[in-house]
Structures are given as structure tokens and as C-alpha cells.
Design a protein around this ligand. Structure first.
Ligand SMILES: Cc1cc2nc3c(=O)[nH]c(=O)nc-3n(C[C@H](O)[C@H](O)[C@H](O)COP(=O)(O)OP(=O)(O)OC[C@H]3O[C@@H](n4cnc5c(N)ncnc54)[C@H](O)[C@@H]3O)c2cc1C
Length: 802
């Protein structure tokens, strides 16, 4: 409501009250004084002079200090659904009308052809244990089939895939091998390809992109170093403009000195994307001496570059290593985009991160989680203890429900957000939310899968399909912006300024060099902001009292979840405003508060993605328990994090004030119930349509080397085998007609006793053989486990002992 409308509304109400109402004279006077104050506020000159201008002075002091790198990060990308959640009244029509992500025939053919074939070729144990690398034929296949060129346009020889197709490829690959998925993810994410596409000169594009597309060049991108990790803007690596000899003649070039580590693909890269600070102390290029962070492309064999050694990232030996450069002299045309992009490096990186972060890690994490759910559902069914499938125990079922629910959330978020990117968005705040939550949920799924599998998950070897994924989780948590920092600083910090309908306008007005214009703009934004805050406080209170029952949302079987998102959105927007107005720049230091508000925002975002995904899938009835589990757990988390935010809010009377508007009836929202979880588990323990949809897109082909396919095959057979086992137990073991202790012996006796027919005995024997093969783990000779030279020592010691 605008100030003018509010004043008229108040005046009308007051007149009615004065005419009909009861109350003391003093009370009436107070109300009329408020009206007078409101009327005065409507007079621009008075309002600006007595309210906005003095407040602007205080506001300028409260504004958090901001470096150029932070400003660049804030301005990167676009505002999408995240912006709606900041309004307190999201426009659902907008989200529901967005096109569902789709694969073209060509993209589908790639997934069913080269991608499927690649999965078939992969032997993850060979890669991770024996070879510590991809075998040469897989490297060749990746290059020749264009796996490194998914983002490169066709005119340069690339595949030019949609974001959704790119994501689906990573889902499939990561369900098979984390090393293969990481190797494919990096060239298609933030790196030379992406930077050249957006900022490269025509000459650079025409030279490099076809070579990258054909796999003739392998790229890496080097930003991080020993002194600059999370604070990447502080890299001490330099490129000093100077004269030097290059290819036999003296030119003005750049002398680089750098020390980088953790660089993916560096050991095998042929072209290095490098970030450094460009300095021109002798002003050879112009008036400036310090250009700031700049990006360049350096051929691997440039003199002074040392490259090739490897790090060993948690037994997932994708190519990753350090990179050093000592007095590397290169011409100016190595700068990506040429001299006009000198000093624009940070902006280039954060702009491209807003797309890449939505795809690489969220998709890889989703693929790994889907594989874990697919395997765990089958394993929990075929693994029997205490005469029943372990999945039937409530303790295990709780884990299975959580795993499946988390995976559904991840899948919904990555596919709907990829669809938005294909629709032209560059959603920077959702990118941070997806990166953080998908990898954290993958961590939770990985832990749960381990517990469901017991010892089977722990003993590494070719038969173990969980161990390497479990080890890979911290890698995903750390790269592309480590998670603690992403949660504490980025999600809410960037969201609050970028997505809020008024904050950025206020900040821009406060920083406006033209003071007169600044104060006018500030006044407009401030009063819009105040109206917005009041309206959200009221909406929050009303929806908390009515449990959002009357809130307008799209009609569907899931409408209550839409309504609860509306409620939390109003509460969140109100809490955000109070926190920002009262704490100002101090909120940036209170990382725990900011992180919790970020959790509320993320929970609402993810729940919205779940609802949209369900809608995109045609709202299948049987998926409803999963959708409800996902929404309930997310919205419960939103409530709990809002509550914890209020408990820790440092200005206590304001915390009580906010609590009145947000939780007038206390915490009324409940986490998913056990019966709801059980409905999810029932579907995942059986070969159902829900199980298929929830794990769609993984590599599940039935073939000897693929445990996922074999597990599912056994799961299907369990439907026939279990009644036979039950008959043996009830008619044989309990009656004393069968005395054997193991299943093969029992089958033999059951056949002799006429409890099973020949065919039934054969079916059960076959099932038992398959199950035993799947639950077996590997064992090794000590010399097989010893690495490298030590292996020979162990062998010689053996010979000596003998
Ligand atoms: C396997 C692997 C592959 C990688 N690939 C590449 C690559 O190809 N190219 C490249 O340039 N880099 C790469 N990186 C680097 C990666 O981006 C960094 O590791 C990451 O940015 C974190 O830096 P750090 O490891 O030095 O952690 P640190 O910066 O030392 O952080 C340690 C911890 O402190 C937290 N933290 C730091 N600051 C804050 C804060 N203000 N608030 C709250 N928490 C904070 C972090 O979240 C983290 O949990 C890779 C790293 C790994 C491990």
C-alpha cells in the first residue's frame, strides 16, 4: 500500500471510529495526532527534510563496507524465483507458467548412445585403485564424442546442449563414476571454454573453441593458491607488463609469477586458464598501474610453467594438481577478451559461476544420490536379517525415506533450475543455494546409504558401489565456493541485496554522488520499503493465525504447501527487513543469523522447485507421498530456522516483536510423520513407478559389471522368491520338516518334502545365488593392497618368510 493510500484508509477508519467508536478522549486525540503525522509525511518537502535526509545519514554509516569484488559478485546474474520469495507474496502463476525442461531428440540420443556406452566402458575400481587415472581409451572416447564440448556452439564443432541436457549427462555419469563425472564436468563449467564464449575475441574463439570441441586441447582453470582459497579475490599472483623477448623479437608483454594448487585437469591440461593481478608499474599500456584480477590463456609448454604433478583427492583420482609459473613471459594477446577485459577477471568469473554452479555439482550430486537410493532400496529388500528384509525395520526405513526425499528435492531443484537457465535466466542466488544444498543433501544420502548397507558399504573393492561416492562428498562440498562460506555469507547476503525489492535501490541511492538525486531516490525507496515491511508483518500475522488457509494459490492436491510457502515468505520478508534495518552492516558479521535466514530462503526455494517439478511431471498420484515428505521436511526446516534465528537475535525486544507477528500460535508446522515416510519406503523397496521416476536417468542397465542393474534385477525377482521363502519357513522350518540352517539346504529339503516344486526350487536357488553374489564383498592378498614400490616389498617379505 502506498503512503497516500494508507493515509486515506487510516483517515476513513478513524472517522468511522470517531463517529461510532467508544474510548477515552485522550485515546481519540492520540489517533488524530497519528493522522496529522501521516498527512505531514505525504508532503514531499517536509518528509524528505525531517525523515528521509536524517535517516539517510544514519543509513550511510550502517551500510556494510563493500569491496569491488563483492560488488561484482552482487551484481552478477539475474533475479528469478528467489526474488519472488523476497516479496512475501510469490507470484505462483509465473513459476507454474514456466516451460518444463525438455531434451531434444539429439540430446536424448546422446544420453542413450555415447553416454550409455561410456558408462558401460567404465571400470571404476580400475580407475580409482589400480590406475589412478582414466584408461587411454576412455580419454579418447570422451574427447572424440564431444563430452568436453557440451557448452560449445555447433558452429565451433561443439554439441551446444541445453543446460538441462548437460545436467542429465552429469546425472548419468556420476551414477557410474565420480572420477568420470568430474573429468567431464570441469571443461563444461567455469573455465576457458565458457570464458572464451562470453568474453573472448573472435580470433581467440576461432582458434581455441574448435580445438577444445575436438578434444585437441584439454583446458583447466587456475584461480586458487596456497594463500588464497575462499578469499579468491586476494590472490597474490601477478602479471607485470614489461618489455621482453618473444619468438625472437622484443615486444610489450606480461611477466607472470604464480603459485596455484588444487587445479582440476591441470596435470593433463594443454591450455591453462589463469587468474592473476595485472600490474603496469611503468604505465606501458596507459595511465593505470593496477588493473586488478585478469584472466589469460597460457599454453602448457610456455617456458617457466611447471605443471604435471598431482594431488590425490580422497581416493577419487581425477586429474588435479598444483601449477607454478616463474617469470613466464607471454604476449598481451593471451588476455581473454584482449586488453579491454584487463581487470575484469573477477566479474567474468562470478558472472559465469551463476550458471555453472547450478549445473555441475548439483547434477553430479543428484546422480550419485539417485544411484545410492536405487541401490539402497534394492539392497534393503534383498538383504535379510532376523528373517525379514532389513528395509522392513523402522530404523532402516527412516533412513530410506530421508534418502529418497532428499534425492527428490535435489532432482527437482536441478531440473527446474536448469529449465530456467534454458529460458534465459542466470540465477546467481539459486546457484549458491543449489550448490550448497545439493552437496549437503548428497552428504546426508551418502551417510544414510552407508548405514543401510552396513559392512557391504565399507569394504572397498570392485564389488563396492558406495565407497568412492562417499569419499567424493567432501570434494563437492569444498569446490566452487566451500559450503560453510556459501551458507554463511553468500545465500542470504547476496540474496538480501540482490533480490530484495528495495534494498539495492536504497543502497544505490545512498551511494549516489549526486546528493540531491540520491536523497530523492532514497526517500522513494525508503517509504516503499516501510509499506512493504508493514504489509508483510500483517500478512505474516494473519497467515500464522489462520495457518495460511485462505491464502490464494494454484488449486491442486498440493495447495496447502503453496500456502505454507506464502506464509513463510511473508514472515521471512518481515524478519529480513527488521534484521537489516536494526543490525545494518553488523548482520554481515553475524554469520549464524545470516546463515539461518539463508536456510529459510533455501527451504522455500527448494519446496517451490519440488511443487513445480511435480507439476512438470503431470502430478502422478503415486508420487504424492514423496512430494509431501519433501515439502514437509523443507517447510519444517524453514520454521525451525526462523525460530532459531529469533532465539539468537541480539536485540531481544525486537526478537519478541518479530515473534508476535511470526509465531503468534507457536511452532505449528510438523515434520513428516512416520507413516508418510513408510509410504515412500514401500515404493522404494518394490519395483514401482515411483522408484523409477525418483531415480530416473541413472545408469541401470542390467549387465555383469553394473551392480545397480543387478540389484534391481534381484529386487524384481524378490517378488517371486519371498513367498517361496515364506512357505519354507511356515510349512517347513516351523513344523520341523526342514532342519537345514542355510537357504540352499532348506531348498533341497523343501523339494524332497514336496513344499516346493522343481521349478520353484530352481527359481529360489537362482535368486539366492544372485543375492549372495550381490551381498559378497571383496577380499585381497596384502600385496594387492600395498601401493607401488611397497607392493614389491610385501611380495619379497612373503617369499623370505616362506
Ligand atoms: C579437489 C579440488 C578441486 C578444485 N579445483 C579447482 C580448480 O579447478 N580451479 C581452482 O581455481 N580452484 C579449485 N579448487 C579450489 C577450491 O575452489 C577451494 O578449495 C575452495 O575455494 C576453498 O578454499 P580452501 O580449500 O583454501 O579453504 P579455505 O579458504 O582455507 O577455507 C576453510 C574453511 O573456512 C570456511 N570459510 C572461509 N572463509 C569463510 C567465511 N568468511 N565465513 C565462513 N566460512 C568461511 C570455508 O568454507 C572452509 O570451510 C579445488 C579444490 C579441490 C579440493
Amino acid at each position: 500500500m502506498s503512503l497516500l493510500t494508507a493515509t486515506f484508509t487510516y483517515a476513513a477508519g478513524l472517522l468511522t471510529y470517531t463517529w461510532f467508536g467508544a474510548g477515552s478522549f485522550g485515546w481519540l486525540i492520540t489517533l488524530w495526532v497519528v493522522l496529522a503525522f501521516l498527512v505531514l509525511l505525504n508532503l514531499d518537502a517536509l518528509r524528505i527534510r525531517f525523515v528521509s535526509r536524517p535517516f539517510l545519514r544514519t543509513y550511510r554509516r550502517m551500510l556494510p563496507s563493500m569491496s569491488q569484488t563483492e560488488k561484482d559478485a552482487l551484481e552478477a546474474g539475474t533475479v528469478w524465483w528467489d526474488g519472488e520469495l523476497f516479496t512475501g507474496g510469490p507470484n505462483w502463476e509465473k513459476l507454474m507458467a514456466a516451460a518444463a525442461p525438455r531434451l531434444s531428440a539429439e540430446e536424448q540420443a546422446f544420453l542413450d548412445g555415447p553416454c550409455e556406452e561410456l558408462c558401460r566402458m567404465v571400470d571404476d575400481w580400475d580407475i580409482t585403485h589400480r590406475r589412478a587415472d582414466l584408461p587411454p581409451h576412455i580419454w579418447d572416447y570422451l574427447k572424440s564424442k564431444g563430452f568436453f564440448a557440451m557448452i560449445i556452439p555447433k558452429k565451433y564443432g561443439g554439441l551446444e546442449f541445453s543446460a538441462y541436457a548437460h545436467s542429465c549427462v552429469l546425472v548419468k555419469l556420476s551414477s557410474r563414476s565420480g572420477v568420470v563425472a568430474s573429468t567431464v564436468a570441469v571443461p563444461n563449467s567455469l573455465g576457458p571454454g565458457e570464458l572464451l564464449l562470453h568474453y573472448g575475441t573472435d580470433e581467440q574463439r576461432n582458434h581455441y573453441l574448435p580445438r577444445l570441441a575436438r578434444g585437441e586441447e584439454v583446458p583447466c582453470f587456475a584461480l586458487t593458491g596456497p594463500r588464497a582459497g575462499s578469499d579468491a579475490g586476494s590472490i597474490p599472483d601477478t602479471g607485470v607488463v614489461c618489455k621482453g623477448m618473444y619468438e625472437g623479437r622484443e615486444i610489450v608483454g606480461i611477466r607472470l609469477n604464480f603459485d596455484k594448487r588444487y587445479i582440476t585437469l591441470a596435470p593433463v591440461a594443454t591450455v591453462i586458464g589463469l587468474a592473476f593481478k595485472l600490474l603496469d608499474p611503468d604505465k606501458l599500456l596507459g595511465d593505470r598501474t593496477d588493473y586488478g584480477i585478469t584472466c589469460a590463456l597460457i599454453p602448457r609448454n610456455t617456458a617457466g610453467v611447471s605443471i604435471g604433478r598431482r594431488h590425490f583427492p580422497l581416493n577419487n583420482p581425477f586429474q588435479n594438481g598444483p601449477l607454478h609459473g616463474k617469470d613466464v613471459f607471454v604476449p598481451l594477446d593471451v588476455l581473454i577478451g584482449g586488453m579491454k577485459m584487463a581487470g575484469q577477471g573477477w566479474r567474468m568469473l562470478v558472472e559465469q559461476l551463476s550458471v555453472g554452479r547450478c549445473i555441475s555439482l548439483p547434477s553430479s550430486a543428484t546422480g550419485a544420490a539417485k544411484a545410492a537410493v536405487f541401490a539402497s532400496g534394492a539392497y534393503a529388500r534383498i538383504r535379510r536379517q532376523f528373517n525379514t528384509s532389513v528395509g522392513n525395520f523402522e530404523g532402516v526405513a527412516e533412513l530410506l525415506a530421508r534418502m529418497t526425499g532428499h534425492t527428490y528435492i535435489m532432482d527437482a531443484a536441478r531440473s527446474v533450475t536448469a529449465g530456467a537457465i534454458d529460458g534465459g535466466e542466470k540465477p546467481s542466488v539459486p546457484a549458491a543455494m543449489l550448490k550448497y544444498h545439493a552437496t549437503e543433501m548428497a552428504r546426508s544420502v551418502g551417510n544414510d546409504a552407508m548405514d543401510v548397507h552396513g559392512g557391504k558399504g565399507i569394504c572397498l573393492g570392485p564389488k563396492n558401489y558406495l565407497g568412492r561416492g562417499y569419499q567424493m562428498v567432501p570434494v563437492a562440498i569444498t569446490v566452487e565456493g566451500a559450503n560453510v562460506l556459501t551458507r554463511s555469507l553468500i545465500i542470504f547476503g547476496q540474496g538480501a541485496i540482490r533480490c530484495h525489492p528495495f534494498v539495492l535501490k536504497e543502497m544505490e541511492a545512498a551511494r549516489d554522488k549526486d546528493k540531491r538525486r540520491g536523497v530523492k531516490e532514497f526517500d522513494k525507496a525508503l517509504f516503499g520499503h516501510i509499506g512493504f515491511t508493514i504489509s508483510n508483518a500483517v500478512r505474516s500475522l494473519v497467515m500464522a493465525l489462520t495457518l495460511a488457509r485462505f491464502s490464494r494459490v494454484p488449486e491442486s492436491s498440493t495447495q496447502r504447501y503453496f500456502q505454507h510457502i506464502n506464509r513463510f515468505s511473508a514472515s521471512f520478508a518481515f524478519a529480513t527487513d527488521v534484521a537489516m534495518l536494526s543490525l545494518g552492516g553488523y548482520l554481515k558479521k553475524k554469520e549464524s543469523l545470516s546463515a539461518r535466514l539463508g536456510d529459510v530462503l533455501s527451504s522455500m526455494y527448494l519446496a517451490s522447485m519440488v511443487l513445480k517439478h511435480y507439476h512438470n511431471q503431470g502430478q502422478p498420484e503415486e508420487d504424492l507421498p514423496l512430494v509431501e515428505w519433501a515439502c514437509r521436511s523443507l517447510l519444517y526446516r524453514a520454521q525451525e530456522q526462523l525460530h532459531t534465528f529469533l532465539r539468537n537475535f541480539p536485540i531481544r525486544f525486537l526478537a519478541a516483536f518479530m515473534r508476535f507477528f511470526i509465531f503468534p500460535r507457536g511452532q505449528t508446522y510438523h515434520a513428516p510423520s512416520d507413516p508418510l515416510g513408510q509410504r515412500v519406503v514401500d515404493a522404494i523397496l518394490h519395483p514401482t513407478a515411483l522408484r523409477d521416476r525418483a531415480t530416473h536417468g541413472i545408469y541401470r542397465t542390467v549387465e555383469p559389471g553394473n551392480p545397480l542393474g543387478l540389484l534391481h534385477e534381484a529386487l524384481v525377482l524378490a517378488d517371486t522368491a519371498e513367498p517361496l521363502e515364506k512357505r519354507i519357513r511356515v510349512d517347513g522350518v516351523k513344523t520341523g520338516r526342514i532342519t537345514a540352517l542355510d537357504l540352499p539346504g532348506q531348498i533341497q529339503q523343501a523339494l524332497a518334502a514336496g513344499i516346493l516344486s522343481e521349478t520353484e526350487a530352481a527359481v529360489l536357488r537362482d535368486y539366492d545365488r544372485r543375492v549372495m553374489d550381490l551381498i559378497h564383498v571383496d577380499d585381497f592378498d596384502t600385496s594387492d593392497l600395498a601401493a607401488g614400490a611397497a607392493r614389491e616389498d610385501v611380495r619379497l617379505a612373503r617369499v623370505g618368510n616362506a
